[in-house]
Design a protein around this ligand. Structure first.
Ligand code: RP5
Length: 166
């Protein structure tokens, strides 16, 4: 039987998928069950509102929302749930993600969205941030995060050793 998802990854378009995959890859690395959906704040507003308002009731703990251009997705999702919402601004468009960054990060007081960096780094960090939130109530995830950082450190040490050996 498939494990019920506890993180919902939602994106405004299938064109966001290659970047949002970074968040999914992190969740898979930490064995956190997730669900990926495509739903737009502008093109499919009714479905987006339903997705957000029904999320908590079906066991979702955190929502990661990625969108580009006039990126209202994370804010709209946050308006219909009390779950923590992490926003990822997508690059592309005439302003290459700066528009999406401003649209996602500049939430009026009252409805927060935890906004990450534009693009791949932001999506990756969204996954990690979700794991860190979950780690508050799942100590094994906190241990996994520590291991992940130790491995990252070791990898950089190897890169440095290779550089010194050149
Ligand atoms: C947003 O508009 C999506 O999140 C996407 O980043 C952007 C462009 O969408 P497409 O025209 O590529 O479908 O809603």
């Amino acid at each position: 039987m498939k494990t019920a998802p506890i993180v919902l990854l939602v994106m405004g378009s299938s064109t966001d998928l290659p970047i949002m995959q970074e968040a999914a890859d992190i969740l898979r690395t930490f064995n956190v069950p997730y669900e990926m959906r495509i739903s737009s704040a502008h093109r499919s507003p009714i479905r987006t509102l339903a997705l957000a308002s029904e999320a908590a009731g079906r066991g979702i703990k955190i929502i990661i929302a990625g969108a580009g251009m006039a990126a209202h997705l994370a804010g709209v999702v946050a308006s219909k749930t009390t779950l923590p919402v992490i926003g990822v601004p997508m690059p592309g468009g005439a302003l290459n993600g700066v528009d999406a960054l401003y649209a996602t990060v500049q939430m009026p007081g009252g409805i927060p969205v935890a906004t990450m960096a534009i693009g791949r780094a932001g999506a990756k960090n969204a996954g990690l941030f979700a794991v860190q939130i979950l780690a508050l109530s799942q100590p094994h995830l906190a241990e996994s995060i520590v291991r992940y950082r130790v491995e990252m450190d070791a990898e950089l040490e190897q890169q440095d050793a290779a550089l010194q050996g050149r």
